[in-house]
Design a protein around this ligand. Structure first.
Ligand code: 5GP
Length: 207
C-alpha cells in the first residue's frame, strides 16, 4: 500500500514542552521528520545552528521571504520564525510524516494552504504548571516570561482552529497520543481510496 506523508502542525503555549515532546516522538518512531525552522532570535544556551533552528539575521530572513523559500512565517515576540519549503516538500514526497512545531499565526497560514493538515495543540495540565515550566527553563528573564504568558493568553482565543489537543502531563503518554492521532489520519478512508478500490476489484473477481 502506498502511504503518503501527512503534514502535522503542532502548536502550544511557550513552555508547554512541545520541543521535548517532538524530540521524544521522533526518537521513538522513525516515520517522522521534524522540520527545522529559520529564526532571527538568538540561540539559547545549548542550542546549535541547524539543529534546533537555522539562526538568521533579519536581512537573511527577509531574503528567504522574498525568494519564496518559506512555506509560512510569522513575527513572534519581536522575531521572525519561518518554515523552509524544500525540506518539507522532499520529506512528504518520500512518504514521511512531517511535523511543523510552529506558533498560531503560521499554523493558520499552513491550514489555509493545506486543508488536509492535521492541527494539534499541546496543553499544559493547568496554567500554573506552564508558569513553573517557563521559570524552570532559567534561560529567560522575567520580562520575557511575562511577554510569553501574554502571548499565551492571546493564543488561547484561537485554540478552536485546531483539530485535537494533547495534554502534556506525562511525556510518555503524550508521545503515544500524538502518535495515535497521526496514525488514525493514515487510516482515513479518503486517504485510502486506491486501496478500497483494489479490494472492490478483487471482490468482483470472486463473486
Ligand atoms: P521559541 O523561541 O520558544 O523556540 O519559539 C517561539 C514560538 O515560535 C514557538 O511557539 C514555536 O512553536 C514557534 N515557531 C518555531 N518555529 C516556527 C516557524 O517556523 N514558524 C512559526 N510560525 N512559528 C514557529
Amino acid at each position: 500500500m502506498d502511504r503518503k506523508g501527512i503534514l502535522v502542525v503542532v502548536s502550544g503555549y511557550s513552555g508547554v514542552g512541545k520541543g521535548t515532546l517532538m524530540k521524544a516522538l521522533t526518537a521513538r518512531y522513525d516515520q517522522y521528520a521534524l522540520s527545522i525552522s529559520a529564526t532571527t532570535r538568538d540561540p539559547r544556551a545549548g542550542e546549535a545552528d541547524g539543529r534546533e533552528y537555522f539562526f538568521k539575521t533579519e536581512e537573511a530572513f527577509e531574503e528567504m521571504i522574498e525568494q519564496g523559500r518559506l512555506i509560512e512565517y510569522a513575527r513572534y515576540c519581536d522575531h521572525y520564525y519561518g518554515t523552509p519549503r524544500d525540506y518539507v516538500e522532499a520529506q512528504l514526497s518520500q512518504g514521511r510524516d512531517v511535523i511543523l512545531e510552529i506558533e498560531q499565526q503560521g499554523a493558520l497560514k499552513v491550514k489555509a494552504q493545506n486543508p488536509d493538515v492535521l492541527m494539534l495543540f499541546v496543553m499544559p495540565p493547568d496554567a500554573q504548571t506552564l508558569v513553573e515550566r517557563l521559570r524552570g527553563r532559567e534561560t529567560e528573564s522575567e520580562e520575557v516570561i511575562h511577554q510569553r504568558l501574554m502571548q499565551a493568553l492571546e493564543e488561547s482565543k484561537y485554540v478552536d482552529r485546531y483539530d485535537y489537543m494533547v495534554v502534556n502531563a506525562d511525556l510518555d503518554q503524550a508521545v503515544e497520543e500524538v502518535h495515535q492521532l497521526i496514525e488514525s489520519q493514515h487510516n482515513m478512508i479518503k486517504r485510502n481510496l486506491d486501496f478500497a478500490k483494489q479490494i472492490q476489484t478483487e471482490l468482483k473477481t470472486l463473486v
